[in-house]
Design a protein around this ligand. Structure first.
Ligand code: PMT
Length: 406
Protein backbone atom coordinates (compact mmCIF):
# COMPACT_ATOMS: atom_id res chain seq x y z
CA UNK A 1 0.00 0.00 0.00
CA UNK A 2 2.80 2.41 0.87
CA UNK A 3 5.42 1.41 -1.71
CA UNK A 4 6.23 4.53 -3.80
CA UNK A 5 3.14 6.27 -2.39
CA UNK A 6 3.26 10.07 -2.14
CA UNK A 7 2.42 10.67 1.52
CA UNK A 8 1.86 14.15 2.90
CA UNK A 9 2.30 14.05 6.66
CA UNK A 10 0.52 16.88 8.45
CA UNK A 11 1.89 17.36 11.96
CA UNK A 12 -0.07 19.42 14.49
CA UNK A 13 0.80 20.70 17.94
CA UNK A 14 0.93 17.94 20.54
CA UNK A 15 3.30 16.50 23.09
CA UNK A 16 3.41 13.62 20.61
CA UNK A 17 4.65 15.87 17.75
CA UNK A 18 8.19 14.53 18.25
CA UNK A 19 6.95 11.02 17.38
CA UNK A 20 6.01 12.28 13.91
CA UNK A 21 9.74 12.24 13.05
CA UNK A 22 9.86 8.50 13.80
CA UNK A 23 6.63 8.12 11.83
CA UNK A 24 8.17 9.85 8.80
CA UNK A 25 11.08 7.38 8.98
CA UNK A 26 8.73 4.39 9.38
CA UNK A 27 6.76 5.54 6.31
CA UNK A 28 9.99 5.82 4.34
CA UNK A 29 11.06 2.34 5.46
CA UNK A 30 7.72 1.08 4.10
CA UNK A 31 8.64 2.59 0.72
CA UNK A 32 6.66 5.86 0.85
CA UNK A 33 7.87 9.24 -0.41
CA UNK A 34 7.14 11.66 2.41
CA UNK A 35 6.59 15.43 2.47
CA UNK A 36 5.60 17.30 5.60
CA UNK A 37 3.33 20.19 6.58
CA UNK A 38 3.79 21.62 10.08
CA UNK A 39 1.12 23.68 11.80
CA UNK A 40 2.13 26.78 13.71
CA UNK A 41 1.56 24.92 17.01
CA UNK A 42 3.61 21.92 15.86
CA UNK A 43 6.53 24.22 15.09
CA UNK A 44 6.67 24.99 18.83
CA UNK A 45 7.22 21.28 19.61
CA UNK A 46 9.48 20.21 16.73
CA UNK A 47 11.30 22.18 14.04
CA UNK A 48 10.86 22.07 10.25
CA UNK A 49 14.61 21.39 9.99
CA UNK A 50 14.14 17.92 11.52
CA UNK A 51 11.64 16.91 8.83
CA UNK A 52 13.56 18.60 6.02
CA UNK A 53 16.64 16.60 7.00
CA UNK A 54 14.69 13.33 7.23
CA UNK A 55 12.69 13.73 4.03
CA UNK A 56 15.20 15.75 1.96
CA UNK A 57 12.20 17.86 0.96
CA UNK A 58 11.15 21.40 1.87
CA UNK A 59 8.65 21.52 4.75
CA UNK A 60 5.50 23.61 4.34
CA UNK A 61 4.80 25.89 7.31
CA UNK A 62 2.67 28.97 7.82
CA UNK A 63 5.85 31.03 7.78
CA UNK A 64 6.74 29.89 4.27
CA UNK A 65 3.15 29.87 2.98
CA UNK A 66 1.95 32.33 0.30
CA UNK A 67 5.37 33.82 -0.40
CA UNK A 68 5.29 36.33 -3.26
CA UNK A 69 7.40 34.01 -5.42
CA UNK A 70 4.62 32.81 -7.72
CA UNK A 71 4.37 29.32 -6.17
CA UNK A 72 1.06 28.19 -4.70
CA UNK A 73 2.73 25.63 -2.48
CA UNK A 74 -0.32 24.14 -0.77
CA UNK A 75 -1.96 23.39 -4.14
CA UNK A 76 1.22 21.94 -5.59
CA UNK A 77 1.57 19.73 -2.50
CA UNK A 78 -2.15 18.81 -2.53
CA UNK A 79 -1.90 17.71 -6.17
CA UNK A 80 1.24 15.66 -5.45
CA UNK A 81 -0.42 13.85 -2.51
CA UNK A 82 -1.71 10.28 -2.84
CA UNK A 83 -2.24 9.72 0.88
CA UNK A 84 -2.92 12.63 3.25
CA UNK A 85 -1.97 11.59 6.78
CA UNK A 86 -2.60 13.92 9.73
CA UNK A 87 -0.52 12.55 12.61
CA UNK A 88 -0.60 13.57 15.36
CA UNK A 89 -3.94 15.31 14.80
CA UNK A 90 -4.91 17.64 17.63
CA UNK A 91 -8.54 18.41 18.54
CA UNK A 92 -8.09 21.77 16.80
CA UNK A 93 -6.81 20.20 13.57
CA UNK A 94 -9.73 17.74 13.54
CA UNK A 95 -12.15 20.65 14.03
CA UNK A 96 -10.53 22.56 11.15
CA UNK A 97 -10.74 19.55 8.83
CA UNK A 98 -14.28 18.59 9.87
CA UNK A 99 -15.52 22.11 9.21
CA UNK A 100 -13.66 22.70 5.98
CA UNK A 101 -11.62 25.61 7.32
CA UNK A 102 -8.86 26.86 5.06
CA UNK A 103 -6.96 29.31 7.22
CA UNK A 104 -3.41 27.99 7.29
CA UNK A 105 -0.97 25.86 5.31
CA UNK A 106 -2.16 22.56 6.84
CA UNK A 107 -5.90 23.09 6.36
CA UNK A 108 -5.63 24.50 2.83
CA UNK A 109 -3.45 21.58 1.72
CA UNK A 110 -5.90 19.12 3.30
CA UNK A 111 -8.95 20.77 1.75
CA UNK A 112 -7.34 20.98 -1.66
CA UNK A 113 -6.33 17.36 -1.99
CA UNK A 114 -8.59 14.66 -3.42
CA UNK A 115 -6.31 11.96 -2.03
CA UNK A 116 -7.25 9.25 0.48
CA UNK A 117 -7.21 10.78 3.98
CA UNK A 118 -6.30 9.35 7.37
CA UNK A 119 -6.35 11.11 10.74
CA UNK A 120 -4.42 9.79 13.75
CA UNK A 121 -5.64 11.74 16.79
CA UNK A 122 -3.54 12.55 19.86
CA UNK A 123 -4.94 14.58 22.72
CA UNK A 124 -5.99 14.61 26.34
CA UNK A 125 -8.64 11.99 27.12
CA UNK A 126 -11.24 14.59 28.16
CA UNK A 127 -10.67 16.51 24.92
CA UNK A 128 -11.06 13.25 22.96
CA UNK A 129 -14.30 12.38 24.77
CA UNK A 130 -15.74 15.90 24.42
CA UNK A 131 -18.97 15.92 22.37
CA UNK A 132 -17.51 18.48 19.94
CA UNK A 133 -14.49 16.26 19.17
CA UNK A 134 -16.69 13.20 18.76
CA UNK A 135 -18.98 15.21 16.44
CA UNK A 136 -15.94 16.23 14.39
CA UNK A 137 -14.74 12.62 14.31
CA UNK A 138 -18.14 11.47 13.01
CA UNK A 139 -18.16 14.25 10.42
CA UNK A 140 -14.71 13.25 9.19
CA UNK A 141 -15.81 9.61 8.89
CA UNK A 142 -18.94 10.69 7.00
CA UNK A 143 -16.67 12.71 4.67
CA UNK A 144 -14.73 9.57 3.85
CA UNK A 145 -11.77 10.13 6.15
CA UNK A 146 -10.39 7.15 8.08
CA UNK A 147 -9.97 8.12 11.73
CA UNK A 148 -7.75 5.70 13.66
CA UNK A 149 -8.67 5.20 17.30
CA UNK A 150 -6.17 6.72 19.75
CA UNK A 151 -4.66 4.30 22.24
CA UNK A 152 -5.61 4.13 25.90
CA UNK A 153 -2.81 4.47 28.44
CA UNK A 154 -0.65 6.91 30.36
CA UNK A 155 -1.06 10.51 29.15
CA UNK A 156 1.42 13.39 29.48
CA UNK A 157 -0.92 14.86 32.12
CA UNK A 158 0.04 12.06 34.52
CA UNK A 159 -3.17 10.06 34.39
CA UNK A 160 -4.48 7.36 32.14
CA UNK A 161 -7.13 7.62 29.45
CA UNK A 162 -7.89 7.34 25.74
CA UNK A 163 -6.07 9.86 23.58
CA UNK A 164 -2.52 8.56 23.29
CA UNK A 165 -0.87 8.78 19.88
CA UNK A 166 -0.46 5.33 18.30
CA UNK A 167 3.13 4.13 17.96
CA UNK A 168 4.62 4.84 14.48
CA UNK A 169 4.95 1.14 13.60
CA UNK A 170 1.32 0.55 14.60
CA UNK A 171 0.21 3.44 12.36
CA UNK A 172 2.18 2.05 9.43
CA UNK A 173 0.69 -1.42 10.02
CA UNK A 174 -2.84 0.05 9.97
CA UNK A 175 -2.07 2.05 6.82
CA UNK A 176 -0.76 -1.11 5.12
CA UNK A 177 -4.12 -2.76 5.89
CA UNK A 178 -6.22 0.14 4.57
CA UNK A 179 -8.49 -0.78 1.71
CA UNK A 180 -8.08 1.30 -1.42
CA UNK A 181 -10.30 4.39 -1.35
CA UNK A 182 -13.88 3.62 -2.22
CA UNK A 183 -13.86 6.09 -5.09
CA UNK A 184 -11.15 4.02 -6.76
CA UNK A 185 -13.64 1.16 -7.08
CA UNK A 186 -16.77 3.27 -7.64
CA UNK A 187 -17.99 0.37 -5.51
CA UNK A 188 -21.44 0.64 -4.08
CA UNK A 189 -22.88 3.59 -5.92
CA UNK A 190 -26.55 3.01 -6.66
CA UNK A 191 -26.75 0.14 -4.16
CA UNK A 192 -29.06 0.02 -1.15
CA UNK A 193 -27.23 -1.36 1.86
CA UNK A 194 -28.96 -2.38 5.10
CA UNK A 195 -26.69 -2.66 8.16
CA UNK A 196 -27.64 -3.78 11.67
CA UNK A 197 -25.69 -2.81 14.78
CA UNK A 198 -25.65 -3.06 18.56
CA UNK A 199 -26.98 -5.59 21.04
CA UNK A 200 -30.70 -6.32 21.11
CA UNK A 201 -32.53 -6.05 24.43
CA UNK A 202 -35.10 -8.52 25.69
CA UNK A 203 -37.36 -7.05 28.35
CA UNK A 204 -37.96 -8.80 31.68
CA UNK A 205 -40.08 -5.96 33.00
CA UNK A 206 -40.41 -2.20 32.29
CA UNK A 207 -36.99 -1.43 33.84
CA UNK A 208 -34.90 -4.57 33.20
CA UNK A 209 -33.69 -6.41 30.15
CA UNK A 210 -31.30 -9.12 28.96
CA UNK A 211 -28.62 -7.94 26.53
CA UNK A 212 -24.94 -8.36 25.61
CA UNK A 213 -21.70 -6.34 25.40
CA UNK A 214 -22.12 -5.03 21.85
CA UNK A 215 -21.30 -1.31 21.61
CA UNK A 216 -22.46 -0.97 18.01
CA UNK A 217 -19.00 0.26 16.89
CA UNK A 218 -18.51 -2.49 14.30
CA UNK A 219 -21.93 -2.00 12.72
CA UNK A 220 -21.66 1.81 12.70
CA UNK A 221 -18.23 1.54 11.07
CA UNK A 222 -19.69 -0.77 8.41
CA UNK A 223 -22.51 1.71 7.76
CA UNK A 224 -19.97 4.56 7.41
CA UNK A 225 -17.76 2.50 5.08
CA UNK A 226 -20.73 1.56 2.89
CA UNK A 227 -21.75 5.19 2.71
CA UNK A 228 -18.22 6.23 1.79
CA UNK A 229 -18.39 3.67 -1.03
CA UNK A 230 -21.38 5.57 -2.40
CA UNK A 231 -24.22 3.36 -1.15
CA UNK A 232 -27.62 4.49 0.09
CA UNK A 233 -27.33 3.15 3.65
CA UNK A 234 -29.95 2.33 6.27
CA UNK A 235 -28.68 1.48 9.73
CA UNK A 236 -31.00 -0.48 12.01
CA UNK A 237 -29.59 0.03 15.45
CA UNK A 238 -30.20 -1.30 18.93
CA UNK A 239 -29.53 1.31 21.66
CA UNK A 240 -25.89 2.52 21.62
CA UNK A 241 -23.95 5.59 22.74
CA UNK A 242 -22.85 6.31 19.18
CA UNK A 243 -23.85 8.99 16.69
CA UNK A 244 -24.86 7.62 13.32
CA UNK A 245 -22.82 8.80 10.32
CA UNK A 246 -24.35 11.89 8.71
CA UNK A 247 -26.48 10.96 5.71
CA UNK A 248 -27.25 7.43 6.86
CA UNK A 249 -30.94 6.66 7.51
CA UNK A 250 -31.24 5.36 11.06
CA UNK A 251 -33.95 3.03 12.35
CA UNK A 252 -33.85 2.57 16.14
CA UNK A 253 -35.03 -0.77 17.52
CA UNK A 254 -34.80 -2.50 20.87
CA UNK A 255 -35.69 -6.21 20.77
CA UNK A 256 -34.82 -9.05 18.41
CA UNK A 257 -38.44 -9.08 17.23
CA UNK A 258 -38.19 -5.32 16.44
CA UNK A 259 -34.99 -6.03 14.52
CA UNK A 260 -36.58 -8.93 12.62
CA UNK A 261 -39.57 -6.75 11.69
CA UNK A 262 -37.33 -3.85 10.56
CA UNK A 263 -35.06 -6.12 8.48
CA UNK A 264 -37.93 -8.09 6.92
CA UNK A 265 -39.77 -4.89 5.93
CA UNK A 266 -36.70 -3.54 4.11
CA UNK A 267 -35.01 -6.68 2.79
CA UNK A 268 -36.97 -6.92 -0.49
CA UNK A 269 -35.66 -3.47 -1.60
CA UNK A 270 -32.12 -4.08 -0.31
CA UNK A 271 -29.13 -5.03 -2.44
CA UNK A 272 -26.85 -5.89 0.48
CA UNK A 273 -27.75 -6.88 4.06
CA UNK A 274 -24.92 -6.85 6.61
CA UNK A 275 -25.88 -8.22 10.04
CA UNK A 276 -23.31 -6.90 12.52
CA UNK A 277 -25.88 -6.69 15.34
CA UNK A 278 -25.35 -8.96 18.31
CA UNK A 279 -28.76 -10.58 18.40
CA UNK A 280 -30.16 -12.23 21.53
CA UNK A 281 -30.73 -15.93 20.87
CA UNK A 282 -33.30 -16.20 23.69
CA UNK A 283 -36.03 -13.96 25.07
CA UNK A 284 -38.25 -14.25 28.17
CA UNK A 285 -41.47 -16.09 27.38
CA UNK A 286 -43.33 -13.31 29.18
CA UNK A 287 -42.29 -9.80 30.13
CA UNK A 288 -43.88 -8.50 33.34
CA UNK A 289 -46.10 -5.42 32.94
CA UNK A 290 -44.87 -4.03 36.25
CA UNK A 291 -41.45 -4.06 37.89
CA UNK A 292 -40.77 -7.52 39.32
CA UNK A 293 -40.70 -7.14 43.10
CA UNK A 294 -38.69 -8.90 45.76
CA UNK A 295 -40.96 -10.60 48.28
CA UNK A 296 -40.12 -12.58 51.43
CA UNK A 297 -41.03 -15.75 49.46
CA UNK A 298 -39.00 -15.36 46.30
CA UNK A 299 -35.36 -16.02 47.21
CA UNK A 300 -34.95 -17.32 43.69
CA UNK A 301 -36.48 -16.20 40.45
CA UNK A 302 -36.74 -18.58 37.53
CA UNK A 303 -36.84 -17.12 34.05
CA UNK A 304 -38.21 -19.15 31.20
CA UNK A 305 -36.68 -18.23 27.89
CA UNK A 306 -37.57 -19.20 24.35
CA UNK A 307 -35.61 -18.92 21.13
CA UNK A 308 -35.81 -15.66 19.22
CA UNK A 309 -36.46 -15.70 15.46
CA UNK A 310 -33.27 -16.26 13.46
CA UNK A 311 -33.32 -13.20 11.20
CA UNK A 312 -30.64 -14.33 8.76
CA UNK A 313 -32.22 -17.75 8.44
CA UNK A 314 -35.53 -16.02 7.67
CA UNK A 315 -34.19 -13.76 4.91
CA UNK A 316 -32.39 -16.67 3.22
CA UNK A 317 -35.80 -17.93 2.03
CA UNK A 318 -36.78 -14.54 0.56
CA UNK A 319 -33.45 -13.91 -1.18
CA UNK A 320 -33.61 -12.99 -4.86
CA UNK A 321 -30.72 -13.48 -7.31
CA UNK A 322 -28.09 -10.77 -7.02
CA UNK A 323 -28.82 -9.92 -3.38
CA UNK A 324 -25.86 -10.25 -1.02
CA UNK A 325 -26.31 -11.32 2.60
CA UNK A 326 -23.41 -10.98 5.03
CA UNK A 327 -23.31 -12.24 8.61
CA UNK A 328 -20.86 -11.94 11.45
CA UNK A 329 -20.08 -14.85 13.78
CA UNK A 330 -19.20 -14.07 17.36
CA UNK A 331 -17.35 -17.13 18.59
CA UNK A 332 -15.46 -17.98 21.75
CA UNK A 333 -14.12 -21.32 20.48
CA UNK A 334 -13.53 -23.18 17.19
CA UNK A 335 -13.84 -19.86 15.36
CA UNK A 336 -13.47 -21.07 11.80
CA UNK A 337 -15.34 -24.39 12.10
CA UNK A 338 -18.31 -22.74 13.84
CA UNK A 339 -18.20 -19.80 11.42
CA UNK A 340 -18.25 -22.17 8.45
CA UNK A 341 -21.31 -23.95 9.89
CA UNK A 342 -23.17 -20.62 10.25
CA UNK A 343 -22.20 -19.58 6.72
CA UNK A 344 -23.68 -22.77 5.30
CA UNK A 345 -26.73 -23.00 7.59
CA UNK A 346 -27.76 -19.38 7.02
CA UNK A 347 -27.01 -19.47 3.24
CA UNK A 348 -24.70 -16.46 3.48
CA UNK A 349 -22.57 -14.99 0.71
CA UNK A 350 -19.92 -13.93 3.21
CA UNK A 351 -19.34 -14.33 6.92
CA UNK A 352 -16.95 -12.31 9.07
CA UNK A 353 -15.89 -14.53 11.97
CA UNK A 354 -14.51 -12.76 15.02
CA UNK A 355 -13.07 -14.28 18.18
CA UNK A 356 -15.01 -12.59 20.98
CA UNK A 357 -13.08 -14.39 23.72
CA UNK A 358 -10.19 -11.95 23.16
CA UNK A 359 -10.14 -8.72 25.16
CA UNK A 360 -8.36 -6.70 22.44
CA UNK A 361 -10.91 -7.32 19.66
CA UNK A 362 -14.59 -8.14 19.20
CA UNK A 363 -17.17 -6.75 21.60
CA UNK A 364 -16.92 -3.16 22.71
CA UNK A 365 -13.28 -2.46 21.83
CA UNK A 366 -12.03 -0.11 19.13
CA UNK A 367 -10.22 -2.82 17.17
CA UNK A 368 -11.24 -6.04 15.57
CA UNK A 369 -9.83 -8.89 13.53
CA UNK A 370 -12.04 -11.05 11.36
CA UNK A 371 -11.65 -13.99 9.02
CA UNK A 372 -13.78 -13.68 5.90
CA UNK A 373 -15.35 -17.03 5.03
CA UNK A 374 -16.85 -17.64 1.59
CA UNK A 375 -19.22 -20.42 0.41
CA UNK A 376 -16.49 -21.94 -1.82
CA UNK A 377 -14.34 -22.58 1.27
CA UNK A 378 -12.01 -19.68 0.57
CA UNK A 379 -10.87 -17.83 3.74
CA UNK A 380 -9.07 -14.53 4.32
CA UNK A 381 -7.90 -13.19 7.67
CA UNK A 382 -7.52 -9.45 8.30
CA UNK A 383 -4.89 -8.00 10.60
CA UNK A 384 -5.94 -6.59 13.97
CA UNK A 385 -7.00 -3.05 13.05
CA UNK A 386 -9.40 -0.25 13.98
CA UNK A 387 -13.03 -1.17 13.32
CA UNK A 388 -13.33 1.43 10.49
CA UNK A 389 -10.39 -0.29 8.76
CA UNK A 390 -12.01 -3.74 9.15
CA UNK A 391 -15.29 -2.23 7.91
CA UNK A 392 -13.53 -0.89 4.80
CA UNK A 393 -12.05 -4.33 4.09
CA UNK A 394 -15.50 -5.89 4.48
CA UNK A 395 -17.06 -3.40 2.07
CA UNK A 396 -14.28 -4.12 -0.42
CA UNK A 397 -15.23 -7.82 -0.26
CA UNK A 398 -18.91 -6.96 -0.69
CA UNK A 399 -18.14 -4.83 -3.75
CA UNK A 400 -16.20 -7.78 -5.21
CA UNK A 401 -19.16 -10.11 -4.61
CA UNK A 402 -21.56 -7.68 -6.28
CA UNK A 403 -19.26 -7.56 -9.30
CA UNK A 404 -19.19 -11.34 -9.63
CA UNK A 405 -23.01 -11.51 -9.39
CA UNK A 406 -23.57 -8.92 -12.15
O1 PMT B 1 -20.79 -3.87 18.53
P1 PMT B 1 -19.32 -4.03 18.84
O2 PMT B 1 -19.01 -3.77 20.30
O3 PMT B 1 -18.45 -3.23 17.91
O4 PMT B 1 -18.94 -5.57 18.62
C1 PMT B 1 -18.99 -6.11 17.34
C2 PMT B 1 -19.57 -7.55 17.34
C3 PMT B 1 -18.64 -8.50 18.09
C4 PMT B 1 -20.95 -7.56 18.00
C5 PMT B 1 -19.71 -7.95 15.82
O5 PMT B 1 -18.45 -7.94 15.23
C6 PMT B 1 -20.36 -9.34 15.69
O6 PMT B 1 -19.72 -10.38 15.78
N1 PMT B 1 -21.69 -9.35 15.45
C7 PMT B 1 -22.51 -10.59 15.38
C8 PMT B 1 -22.85 -11.03 16.77
C9 PMT B 1 -23.74 -12.26 16.74
O7 PMT B 1 -24.92 -12.17 17.03
O8 PMT B 1 -23.12 -13.36 16.34
P2 PMT B 1 -23.79 -14.83 16.29
O9 PMT B 1 -22.66 -15.73 15.98
O10 PMT B 1 -24.59 -15.08 17.53
O11 PMT B 1 -24.82 -14.77 15.08
C10 PMT B 1 -24.42 -15.05 13.73
C11 PMT B 1 -25.13 -14.10 12.77
O12 PMT B 1 -26.54 -14.35 12.83
C12 PMT B 1 -24.93 -12.65 13.07
O13 PMT B 1 -24.75 -11.96 11.87
C13 PMT B 1 -26.22 -12.23 13.76
O14 PMT B 1 -26.51 -10.85 13.50
C14 PMT B 1 -27.25 -13.15 13.11
N2 PMT B 1 -28.37 -13.55 14.00
C15 PMT B 1 -28.15 -14.10 15.23
C16 PMT B 1 -29.23 -14.47 16.01
C17 PMT B 1 -30.54 -14.30 15.50
N3 PMT B 1 -31.59 -14.63 16.24
N4 PMT B 1 -30.72 -13.80 14.28
C18 PMT B 1 -29.67 -13.45 13.50
O15 PMT B 1 -29.84 -13.01 12.35
Amino acid sequence: MLQDKHVTLTVSGSVASYKAAALARALQRAGAQVRVVLTEAASRFITPATFAALTKQPVLTDAGWWQADGNIEHIELADWTELALAAPASANLMAQFANGLANDAASTTWLATAAQKVVVPAMNSHMWAAPATQRNRQQLIADGVTVLEPATGALAEGYSGQGRFLEPDEIVAQLQALPAPAAAHGDLRGKRVLVTAGGTRERLDPVRFLTNDSSGKMGYAVAAAAQQAGADVTLITAPTKLTAPVGVTTVPIESTQDLADAVNARFPRTDVLIMAAAVADFQPVTAADQKIKKTPDNDQLTLTLRKTPDILQGVADQKRPGQIVVGFAAETQNLLANGQKKLTKKHLDLLAANDVSRADIGFNGDNNQVTFLFPDGHQQQTPVAAKPVIAGLLIEQVAGLLNTKK
